[in-house]
Design a protein around this ligand. Sequence first.
Ligand SMILES: CC(C)(COP(=O)(O)OP(=O)(O)OC[C@H]1O[C@@H](n2cnc3c(N)ncnc32)[C@H](O)[C@@H]1OP(=O)(O)O)[C@@H](O)C(=O)NCCC(=O)NCCS
Length: 193
Amino acid sequence: MIDHQHLPDWRMSRTMQWCCSPDQIDGPLVDGLARCWLEVANAGGAVGFPFPPVTSAQVSAATKRLVASLEPRGTRLFIACERTAIIGWPALEQNHSPLTCHWARIFRVQTALSVRGSGVGRALLAEAARAAREDLHLDQLHLELRSGEGLEGFSAACGWEEVGRWPAALRFGPGDDRDEVLMVLRLAPATGP
Ligand SMILES: CC(C)(COP(=O)(O)OP(=O)(O)OC[C@H]1O[C@@H](n2cnc3c(N)ncnc32)[C@H](O)[C@@H]1OP(=O)(O)O)[C@@H](O)C(=O)NCCC(=O)NCCS
């Protein structure tokens, strides 16, 4: 694990940490990530398991794959804890190509059901934006989300802007097509024509 970091205006029992390689994540932390992910997925959250319910074994395997993929120049996790419990996390994936390495993608943004509405989601996205700008020197963050669940409202409340949609790109079932919504957070002024 890396050093925990307290954010201003947070309860003293809440901490956040970046994890950029598998050796920063021990067994209990992997289990905590999976526990949070399982709860959020089975409550219908847009976190990569579109057809719940999912089993603990499925989520545990996905968590181990995600943790194994971490590397400082690739994918990293940002984890919020309350005492020893994980209460939320997103992942940030950088690009390697010189064509696209000025932006990164945020995915699996989630907060535990017990802390919803208390500012954890906003704090996670705020720290992701700070780190992207100040530590990684990126110009933009990208996020894709499903329409129909108010997630555009959450991202917009956190300063993100909708820049497009793939209409009805996501089919959750007969008669339940949703748009894939493309959101951007601009960290630097755009250049070029
Ligand atoms: C979306 C999610 C991460 C929000 O987390 P949270 O901890 O409840 O968010 P916060 O308490 O920090 O809320 C931040 C702001 O977003 C708003 N917000 C949160 N969820 C919202 C929603 N579903 N629709 C509209 N606005 C929402 C809040 O009102 C708040 O705005 P305000 O401060 O101006 O009132 C959480 O509901 C979640 O994990 N959902 C399931 C997973 C998911 O769908 N992830 C995809 C995210 S793009």
